[in-house]
Design a protein around this ligand. Structure first.
Ligand code: HEC
Length: 144
């Protein structure tokens, strides 16, 4: 199965959604660091393996967690750094719904405001910007 995003999907991201975002989307990427700093790949790897905190391994497989703990409903992230640029990876981790509004993957940088979300989570992004940068710094090291 291919998980490529079509140009039509990209073109349908409303300009207003991009304008209100606290970061700039260029094409299918966020080229600039969300914090202005480079993340720490070792912290990113640890975070990705922590299924209670980042949730990544609930859905994804890859070299960051015990094989028997990995989900298979999302693309394997092995070799990701050879397939996508740093900026492309950043947009997918920060806000995949900008590319695919139907995606099962949470938009990590968007704070959920829906009333059906428990108070502990409401209004807070799932991960801090610095944590997203740590994950991006780790994922770019995954080469084929
Ligand atoms: C609830 C399931 C789920 C969780 C949790 C999740 N993802 Fe995803 N992710 C997906 C799915 C499904 C896709 C496929 C693209 C789509 O849905 O449009 C995807 C796509 C991606 C992609 C693009 C992969 C490619 O080959 O193009 C990256 C990078 C990614 N996820 C990273 C992460 C990271 C990092 C985390 C944790 C911080 C995470 N995901 C958590 C379901 C999930």
């Amino acid at each position: 199965m291919k998980w490529l995003f079509s140009a039509a999907v990209l073109a349908s991201v409303p300009a207003s959604a991009q304008g209100s975002a606290p970061y700039e989307i260029h094409g299918d990427a966020i080229p600039a660091s969300l914090t202005g700093q480079v993340g720490d790949p070792a912290r990113g790897e640890k975070l990705m393996g922590d299924r209670h905190r980042s949730l990544c391994s609930l859905c994804h497989s890859g070299p960051f967690a015990e094989p028997h703990m990995q989900g298979t409903i999302a693309p394997d992230l092995s070799g990701l750094g050879s397939r996508l640029s740093e900026g492309q990876i950043r947009l997918r981790v920060a806000n995949i719904k900008a590319l695919n509004p139907q995606s099962l993957m949470p938009s990590y940088l968007e704070a959920p405001t829906r009333a059906d979300i428990s108070e502990d989570w409401r209004g807070k992004p799932i991960l801090e910007k610095a944590e997203i940068e740590d994950i991006v710094a780790y994922l770019v090291t995954l080469k084929e």
